[in-house]
Design a protein around this ligand. Structure first.
Ligand code: FAD
Ligand code: NAG
Ligand code: NAG
Length: 509
């Protein structure tokens, strides 16, 4: 749309922006601010929701964050020897702007970078190995994959370009009432089609070969999502973007961001598990009725309940992930939505690698590959094997070669048996296993994604995970839900589900 053809109303609306959205919110006659907000779950989703809710609703509202486990959720570390290591979500893309913003806001530095090197293992031998030399890598890739590799990066970048639009929309205070509308605002129909097709279909239709998919793309989807190229095209693109240079992590562990956001948002952490949520209607002073959400929870000191004006669910409503009953809602809200979460077992082994397991004759003392990806073959029991650096890189640290006893991280769909460990390692002195229900099992064509809005003022953050699961996705969803909650509270419908934002905001940069 040409800016000149913009309807007057839209121009007025855009003009209003310069006077600030906040002045609208405080205009007389509009509803007063909410008094109490509950957030269920203190992973990166719940804690960033607390942060953005504080930003939207100001200092007056009381925000309670319920969490029965450790703050961080799927961001967690374990201690091996003197050091801590990530077992869950570990790397962050350089263009994940919300995560970057949190770091600045909280004054937490990024972890010092240790150069990495990748190889691909087909269950028998290494089919690809990066060298220390850029030009050698370039030639190896060209030799094995032709220009497919370059074309893949161009495709991912074109998806990223559209993805990045969401930051501008959110900056201007726009929010979306469903996952489909949010994706459509970023990338139009092409994003909805991505969600509806497998990565394999998407890439094949663009002329990528089956060989390239098997030998280069599948290893990347396997390491990032434990699944094949039959995941949806959107999460596929997110996954391939995660194979770019410049990935970073949080110094001291990614979960630090979660506790930082909790503290920064001045919310109260309630160490309890939410068991049920119901709607309560009460007469108000003005003679009308107001509805509240009653949140029932169980903590160490037994069970209790509290009333809230707004509730944000920031945990997956899925089998094995949470068990919350919703009562008194019409239409009813299910405890579990259809679809399941994929298991990824993260095994951290402090030991010495068996180089013959990789079918290589290279000297262990010369072997400095950090990330070993795997192809999708019946010989592959593991999804990936990596040499793991601690969450804080000590001064003068260099990643030790494979001839030394060090920490390796294995991702596999099933726990590793004793025999499998014996095959992979010559010796070890500790093994730490975490069984994650890690991310959705992506099976396009997708059924309807779960809603962001479960009821008037009851929101569901993890709906967006069904497009793609990542720290940044949870943060994006948190901001969207906070904006949505704010606009719906104050009946600012003009900030919800606007079409053509990309064209309309073009002149605003
Ligand atoms: C092995 C693995 C590797 C990954 N790698 C990456 C990566 O490299 N980069 C990346 O960006 N992402 C990665 N991810 C994905 C990323 O970790 C997740 O997308 C993200 O952490 C999800 O955050 P969340 O807050 O939405 O959910 P969660 O972290 O799951 O938080 C939900 C919280 O809710 C709590 N909860 C559950 N039920 C209740 C209840 N009834 N009452 C109160 N609280 C409740 C849970 O205890 C949990 O703490 C990885 C995930 C895994 C498992
Ligand atoms: C997704 O696929 C299903 C089944 O093939 C179809 O019914 C639906 O209309 C598709 N949606 C989009 C947005 O393409
Ligand atoms: C090392 O790997 C090879 C090849 O998989 C295997 O035959 C051998 O038993 C493994 N273990 C040791 C200790 O060599």
């Amino acid at each position: 749309m040409n800016p000149r053809t913009l309807p007057l109303r839209a121009l007025l609306f855009l003009g209003l922006w310069h006077t600030g959205r906040r002045s609208l919110a405080s205009a007389p006659g509009l509803q007063e601010q909410p008094k109490r907000i509950a957030v269920v779950g203190a992973g990166i989703g719940g804690t960033s929701a607390a942060f953005y809710l504080r930003q939207e609703f100001g200092a007056g509202v009381k925000i309670d964050v319920f969490e029965p486990g450790a703050v961080g959720g799927r961001l967690a570390t374990v201690k091996i020897g003197d050091y801590e290591y990530e077992t869950g979500g570990s790397v962050i893309h350089p263009l994940n702007l919300h995560m970057k913003h949190f770091m600045e806001k909280l004054g937490i530095p990024q972890r010092k970078d240790v150069p990495s090197k990748m190889a691909i293992f087909d269950g028998k031998e290494l089919t690809f190995e990066e060298s220390d030399w850029f030009i050698v890598n370039f030639l190896r890739i060209l030799w094995q994959f032709g220009f497919s590799f370059l074309r893949m990066h161009m495709w991912v970048e074109s998806v990223m370009d559209k993805f990045m639009r969401i930051y501008q929309y959110q900056q201007y205070g726009y929010s979306f009432s469903s996952v489909d509308r949010l994706l459509h605002a970023m990338g139009g129909d092409s994003f909805l089609i991505l969600l509806n097709q497998t990565l394999e279909e998407t890439m094949m239709s663009q002329g990528f070969s089956q060989i390239f998919l098997n030998n280069m793309v599948a290893p990347i989807t396997r390491v990032n999502y434990g699944q094949s190229v039959r995941i949806n095209g959107f999460v596929g693109a997110v996954s391939l973007a995660g194979a770019a240079p410049g990935l970073w992590a949080v110094d001291g562990g990614n979960k630090r961001v979660c506790s930082g956001l909790l503290y920064n948002s001045k919310s109260e952490l309630v160490p309890a598990r939410v068991t049920s949520i119901s709607v309560k209607v009460r007469p108000s002073k003005a003679g009308t009725t107001t509805s509240f959400y009653e949140v029932n929870y169980v903590g160490e000191s037994g069970s209790a309940h509290s009333l809230y004006d707004i509730v944000v669910i920031a945990t997956p409503l899925h089998q094995g992930k949470s068990d919350i009953t919703f009562s008194g809602f019409s239409p009813p809200i299910p405890s579990h939505y259809p679809g399941r979460y994929h298991q990824t077992v993260s095994t951290l082994v402090h030991g010495m690698l068996n180089m013959s397991y990789l079918g290589t004759t290279e000297q262990a003392s010369e072997f400095t590959v950090s990330d070993i990806l795997t192809t999708d073959s019946k010989d592959s029991v593991i999804n990936s094997l990596g040499s793991l650096d601690p969450v804080h890189i000590p001064e003068g640290y260099k990643r030790p070669p494979a001839s030394q006893t060090k920490v390796w991280k294995v991702f596999s769909p099933q726990p590793l048996s004793q025999e499998q460990l014996q095959d992979m390692f010559l010796s070890w002195d500790s093994v730490s296993e975490t069984r994650w229900l890690a991310y959705p099992s992506y099976r396009p064509p997708h059924r309807k994604t779960p809603p962001f809005i479960l009821h008037n003022r009851l929101y569901y953050l993890n709906a967006l995970e069904w497009a793609a699961s990542a720290m940044e996705m949870s943060a994006l969803s948190a901001r969207n839900v906070a904006l949505l909650a704010h606009h719906r509270w104050h009946q600012q419908v003009g900030n919800i589900d606007q079409e053509d934002l990309h064209t309309r905001l073009r002149g605003e940069l």
